[in-house]
Ligand binder design. Structure first.
Ligand code: SAJ
Length: 418
């Protein structure tokens, strides 16, 4: 394996993955330039301020900025390595939208010098990294790409998917094993030298397409397992059984570990990535597609259940606790809780709807125009409520007094108040 990397690095995309990666590299002594098209994010990072909630990121960022190891800009600079960590959303047909990756490559290509490496971190369908190598070759016909020859190329390209868990990013970025997939083996070796700067886990070298597919497989594995838990919750509801009790007991088997049912699966990873597999091989992806459908249906089911519970009351007040996609993060992307609140509000426009979300100070755009929805503290919202719906298992909600729930209809989608 190559010696530790000592050159300069540009990290393109300062989101949930790009920014922590930039901070980890800068903390490891590398000169890092963070790049983003969003001037507000660039301004915040340049001042050493974190634009989103993630434990331990703020301290790392302010240290890296004050030591002048990390700077931020909207323009891609010349660097020895480029890490692309931009979003790869899916289009309406569930195919991956690679336009942000393409734009990043178009910014990088003119500045690429001989011997530089381009690493794609964004989750992508198999073949994307090789496409990046080809796109660069089209934009820079003067350079020989690694896909084109077995000889020494002018630039290197690799895929190093991130696997960090939001809420534990700064820990897992250092301790997790890291998959490093090269367009050629030399590309993987060169990329691995960069991750060696901060990664204490194993660096697992492979080819680029296997790395891409492995990343998608990891999230599909979790999605399928959560879908089993969510399907069990529907079955148990139908059979009037307590799903939490059933799972608790079943999990005493030495080879059974059923995950936790909930209001659905959100976030920008597990709710998205399995679709890239379905998009790449639609005929063969039956289980993965079904799991996605089960998890995507769950928020609508929860909303219907809440609507049914309101029928017992003349002018009910409903308190919904939590909007984010999971506990203790401020991220609303693909959030089932948000979907549920939207479903309820649209079905019952006159409902007195109280929303509690400790990680925000204002309602998101999707809910702002609803005349009867308001953001409140837990105590006020619960006090006035006839029905309390727990949607996110934030620590804040776990610590609430159970006495507050007395006399209320309680619908706990996370099973924390059993
Ligand atoms: N959820 C359940 N039941 C469970 C576990 C999770 O309903 O038993 C729900 C959560 O509430 C949330 C969603 O699933 O809505 C996803 O949450 P998560 O904590 O399982 O995962 P993410 O999306 O925050 O992060 C995942 C991780 N992937 C895996 O664990 C395989 C992380 O390691 C990846 O780096 C990340 O996706 C990513 O960026 O791909």
């Amino acid at each position: 394996m190559e010696e530790k990397f000592t050159g300069s690095i540009a990290v393109i995309g300062l989101g949930y993955i790009g920014l922590p990666t930039a901070v980890a590299l800068a903390t490891g002594g590398i000169e890092v330039v963070g790049v983003d098209v969003n001037e507000r994010i660039v301004g915040a990072v340049a001042r050493g301020e974190v634009p989103f909630v993630e434990p331990d990121l703020a301290i790392g960022l302010s240290g890296a900025v004050s030591m002048e190891r990390l700077t931020a800009t909207t323009k891609v600079p010349e660097a020895d390595a480029y890490i692309i960590a931009v979003p790869t959303p899916f289009a309406d047909d569930h195919q991956a939208d690679l336009s942000f990756v393409r734009s990043a490559v178009e910014e990088v290509a003119p500045r690429l010098h001989a011997g530089a490496i381009v690493i794609l971190e964004s989750t992508s369908p198999p073949g994307t990294t090789e496409s990046v190598s080809r796109w660069i070759a089209e934009l820079r016909p003067d350079l020989l790409g690694p896909h084109a020859s077995e000889g020494v190329p002018d630039y290197y390209v690799a895929h190093c998917p991130e696997r960090v868990l939001p809420g534990r990013i700064m820990v897992e970025m250092v301790t997790n094993d890291r998959v490093v997939g090269g367009v050629t083996h030399a590309c993987a070796v060169k990329a691995a030298a960069i991750y060696k700067v901060f990664c204490q886990g194993k660096l697992v070298l492979t080819d680029a397409a296997s790395a891409e597919m492995a990343k998608l497989t990891e999230n599909a594995y979790r999605d399928v397992n959560i879908a089993l838990a969510n399907e069990l919750s529907l079955i148990c509801e139908d059979l009037r059984l307590d799903v939490w009790e059933v799972i608790r007991v079943a999990n005493h088997h030495p080879r059974v570990n059923i995950l936790t049912p909930g209001p659905g699966v959100g976030g920008h990873c597990i709710a998205v990535d399995p679709w890239f597999i379905v998009g790449a091989s639609p005929e063969q992806s039956r289980l993965i597609r079904t799991a996605r459908e089960i998890n995507d249906h769950k928020p609508h089911h929860v909303a219907q259940q809440v609507i049914r519970k309101t029928e017992r009351f003349r002018n009910p007040t409903v308190a919904c606790l939590g909007l984010t996609y999971k506990a203790n993060v401020d991220d609303l992307r693909e959030s089932p809780a948000l979907q549920i609140v939207e479903d309820i509000a649209h079905a019952l426009p006159d409902l007195d709807l109280r929303i509690v979300e400790p990680f925000t100070t204002e309602l998101p755009a999707e809910l702002r125009d609803l005349p009867n929805a308001r953001l409140q503290h837990a105590s006020e919202a619960i006090e006035d409520a006839d029905i309390v719906v727990l949607l996110v298992d934030h620590d804040h909600f776990r610590s609430l007094s159970r006495n507050w729930l007395e006399g209320k209809v309680v619908y706990d989608t996370r099973g924390i108040w059993r």
